[in-house]
Design a protein around this ligand. Structure first.
Ligand SMILES: C[S@@+](CC[C@H](N)C(=O)[O-])C[C@H]1O[C@@H](n2cnc3c(N)ncnc32)[C@H](O)[C@@H]1O
Length: 349
């Protein structure tokens, strides 16, 4: 076994213990990230879905954001590090009876808890049969858990990827298991500067997401290497570090919960489309507008000229059926490079 494999196994084992203890209540998170409530960004459909999720599941939610993309009806979704399954059940309602949600997690105790509520949610959502399944496995090795290439329309994840010892493999595996036009839409903890190696061996810091957090530019680099479109920022919230011993260790490093989206475009479409004037036609859950990211909102019925990358994303993804496309009479704007430092958007530092 290489040192790298040994290191991964050690981190996995430590994190399994850590989250088993969190489930049992013997340790608590040391930052207020896990109590972040992002309900103000939820659509009516999402609020209704959340209201139907069992209280026991909601009480054991350990996420840091709201990885809930729009237009999910009939989608096949994978949740990386689903824990006790809050987002799996929320998404189960959002995709409808003809969609499907798979949750994968490496910690047996959390998965066993999640599985006890499959029938409850099937009934609460009025489905004849459940549209969810749970798999035990590592997010760095999806194929080993029977997950196939090109299987999913959407992958979500909530406060998990920062815990992985090998983020590159996580994004590579996600890329492989997405269909062309699919996306990974995920919330995670980020730092405003690279975490020094000396902090990365602290189990409690790692477990709370503070030692394994990437910077935004590290994410951009990995995403580009794997082949995803440039990450589009969706939301950012400040995270407060509360445990005094953690505060002392992290010093002036700032943390935020960031939700972003990365698309897998078919190779022939990479970043280009000649049809750059688009019109959003509205959906039941998005009658007036569709918030696509922190800088792009489509107003229903209004023509908008978008850059080639965004036109390609809309045309090749599940969004295509909700948009009309025409060749633009005006020149398409050059591709937007997006935000370079999301921490600048935090209103209170
Ligand atoms: C902070 S909790 C988030 C759980 C869930 N997403 C939620 O929002 O409640 C992190 C979860 O990721 C899982 N996890 C961490 N590293 C993992 C890995 N490498 N492979 C699979 N699961 C992992 C843990 O077992 C735990 O359930």
């Amino acid at each position: 076994m290489s040192t790298c494999v040994n290191k991964s196994t050690e981190t996995w084992n430590e994190m399994q213990d850590y989250y088993k203890n969190i489930l049992e209540g013997s340790i608590r998170f040391g930052s207020d990230v896990c109590s972040l409530k992002a309900t103000q960004m939820m659509t009516k459909g999402a609020r209704n879905a959340l209201s139907l999720v069992h209280e026991d599941i909601k009480e054991r939610y350990f996420g840091c954001g709201l990885p809930l993309p729009s237009c999910l009806l009939e989608a096949h979704v994978l949740d990386l590090g689903c824990g006790t399954g809050r987002d799996v059940y929320l998404l189960s309602k959002m995709v409808g009876p003809n969609g499907h949600v798979t949750g994968i997690d490496m910690t047996d105790e959390l998965l066993s808890f999640a599985k006890q509520y499959v029938d409850y949610h099937c009934q609460a959502f009025g489905y004849n049969e459940s549209n969810v399944d749970f798999k035990e496995g590592y997010i760095e090795k999806l194929s080993a858990s029977g997950i196939k290439a090109n299987q999913f329309d959407v992958i979500v994840s909530n406060c998990v990827i920062n815990l992985s010892p090998d983020k590159q493999s996580v994004l590579k595996e996600a890329y492989t298991s997405l269909k062309d036009g699919g996306e990974i839409f995920f919330s995670d903890m980020y730092a405003n500067k690279p975490i020094p190696d000396t902090l990365k061996t602290n189990k409690s810091l790692w477990g709370d997401g503070l030692a394994g957090a990437l910077t935004w530019s590290q994410l951009l680099e990995i995403a580009a290497e794997v082949g995803f479109t440039r990450p589009r920022l969706y939301a950012i919230r400040k995270i407060n570090v509360n445990k005094p011993e953690h505060k002392e260790l992290v010093g002036d490093i700032q943390y935020a919960s960031i939700t972003c989206r990365l698309f897998k475009l078919p190779s022939k479409a990479s970043g280009n489309s000649t049809e750059s004037e688009v019109k959003f036609n509205g959906t039941e859950d998005h009658l007036d507008k569709l918030v696509f990211d922190n800088s792009v909102t489509f107003t229903t019925g209004t023509r908008t000229v978008v850059d080639g990358t965004l036109a390609a994303i809309l045309k090749h993804s599940r969004y295509a059926k909700h948009f009309s496309f025409t060749s633009s009479s005006t020149e398409a704007p050059p591709p937007q490079n997006g935000i370079s430092d999301p921490f600048e958007l935090l209103s209170c530092k």
